[in-house]
Design a protein around this ligand. Structure first.
Ligand SMILES: Cc1cc2nc3c(=O)[nH]c(=O)nc-3n(C[C@H](O)[C@H](O)[C@H](O)COP(=O)(O)OP(=O)(O)OC[C@H]3O[C@@H](n4cnc5c(N)ncnc54)[C@H](O)[C@@H]3O)c2cc1C
Length: 443
């Protein structure tokens, strides 16, 4: 049996927090001792916004000690790397960047593990062009106590491969992953910020620059409720032609800690000031800049304090993918909701997505709108009204970002919901892997 402790777990948004069991093996012999019964859930770096790597009745199995690079092939045409799934994006950054390589799809913080990227099939800086994390996964090794260690890929054990990517850790512990790598065209980027007046104008600007940009995202200020609601700027990033080496990201503040701040700095007075200052700084004083690759790749690494600033009550992130055909109509209704309920939105941001939605993956062609909201602000009922709007307009909420999401909402938003449940039950009738999230969603 593995040594098991009790530990306090919390989701990054602080909407879930409780004591639960934790094991942190450090050698592969744990596989032989792994109990054949009982509930477990793998844990990578534990940074998820939601309670995905712990659960009241499950032992969370921390896989952080398994973080080695096992194989590396710098082949000019098809560079590949095989790693233990506990390795972080940061460790890969330090190894790959000096060799002019990168993991093609990376979420915004260097502490995130490869296991976490696979289990939530995450997106990176340019989902529109690069797709989801699955696009770079070639092969996996997965451990399940009833089945042992299984290799899977698009050619072998396809069902396991398909269920594991975006499978929220529910098929077992991903031990190893073979990943396709991409070349970094330059260690530097040219970044331009282009202002827009409101959401309609933002969509026009995004459409104008989408084809030529290596990455696009926006900052939106939702603290103004007049005709300039959602005003902000589009950040257009392109790899530069410069080849002088850029500094690597040597260190960063860990997010795996209890937020220290008791009260929120964000309120009805501070949010508009923050929005105005942020917009002005980026459009008037920093409208063009040269940026090292790491800063572009891990935008949140230098501002970890942002999450602390919400205090003990945390925040609610809504990340919504609106189908392309409904964007104009959706924006109109979304603005009407904000005007009517007046929630305190600290940060808004948008980007284009492409691809086909399937299983419980956050994917599809359209516009992604993300907002970080201070809980219990504005008129009660905002989130429920937004849920109803999403269902009505065929939009989907990102399961990985919003702790509030219910089983009923996911069932109505994701057409494959029942199919995923059936396939999971067929793969593992005993459901030995479960988290607070999966139990709430009944997947
Ligand atoms: C600052 C910040 C920025 C982010 N930016 C983005 C972004 O740009 N795009 C995006 O899509 N997401 C983003 N995210 C979300 C993040 O990518 C996911 O929540 C990711 O899963 C976190 O990885 P983790 O290693 O912390 O995993 P954990 O939180 O530990 O676990 C997440 C899930 O992965 C499973 N898991 C972890 N390791 C394994 C394993 N070895 N085997 C099987 N299952 C495993 C867990 O069971 C759980 O279901 C961001 C998160 C933060 C904190």
């Amino acid at each position: 049996m593995m040594p098991i402790d009790t530990r306090c777990f919390f989701s990054l948004d602080r909407q879930s927090e409780f004591l639960s069991k934790y094991a942190e093996p450090d050698r592969y012999s744990f596989l032989e001792k792994f109990p054949k019964t009982g509930r477990f859930i793998p844990r990578g770096s534990g940074l998820s916004y939601v309670a995905a790597s712990f659960g009241k009745d499950s032992v969370s199995v921390g896989f952080g000690k398994f973080s080695r690079i096992l194989e590396f092939n710098a082949d000019a045409k098809a560079p590949m790397i095989t790693v233990e799934a506990g390795i972080t994006l940061h460790a890969l950054h330090i190894f790959l960047c000096p060799r002019g390589l990168r993991v093609p799809v990376e979420p915004g913080h260097p502490q995130i593990s490869i296991g976490g990227c696979i289990a939530f099939n995450v997106f990176g800086k340019n989902q529109f062009k690069e797709g989801l994390f699955e696009s770079c996964v070639e092969e996996l090794e997965v451990f399940h106590p009833q089945k042992g260690v299984l290799k899977c890929s698009r050619a072998e054990n396809k069902e396991l491969f398909d269920l594991t990517i975006g499978g929220m850790g529910l098929t077992g512990v991903i031990l190893k992953a073979k990943l396709r790598l991409a070349r970094i065209p330059s260690p530097w980027l040219r970044v331009r910020n282009i202002s827009f007046r409101n959401l309609q104008h933002m969509v026009e600007v995004l459409q104008q620059v989408n084809d030529s940009a290596d990455a696009l995202n926006t900052f939106n200020d939702f603290s103004v409720f007049g005709k300039n609601m959602g005003q902000g700027f589009v950040t257009v990033s392109n790899f530069s032609d410069e080849h002088t080496p850029a500094k690597l990201l040597e260190s960063f503040h860990s997010l795996d800690r209890r937020p220290t701040q008791r009260f929120s700095y964000f309120n009805a007075l501070s949010i508009p000031v923050f929005g105005f200052a942020y917009r002005t700084w980026h459009t008037k004083f920093k409208s063009e800049e040269k940026m090292p690759f790491y800063q572009f790749n891990y935008p949140v690494a230098g501002i970890s304090f942002y999450f602390d600033w919400y205090g003990k009550k945390g925040f609610i992130e809504r990340q919504i993918l609106v189908p392309e055909a409904s964007v104009e109509k959706y924006i109109e209704k979304f603005e009407r909701l904000l005007r009517s309920y007046r929630p305190q939105v600290v940060l808004g941001s948008c980007k284009f997505f492409s691809g086909k939605q399937r299983l419980l993956h956050f994917a599809g062609r359209g516009l992604v709108i993300s907002i970080d909201v201070v809980p219990h602000t504005g008129k009660a009922g905002f989130h429920e009204a937004l849920d109803a709007l999403n269902v009505d307009m065929g939009a989907i909420d990102n399961i990985a970002k919003d702790s509030r999401i219910s089983r009923e909402l996911i069932r109505r938003e994701y057409p494959d919901y029942e199919k995923v449940r059936e396939r999971m039950a067929a793969y593992d009738p005993n459901r030995q892997f479960a988290s607070a999230l999966s139990q709430k969603l009944s997947v």
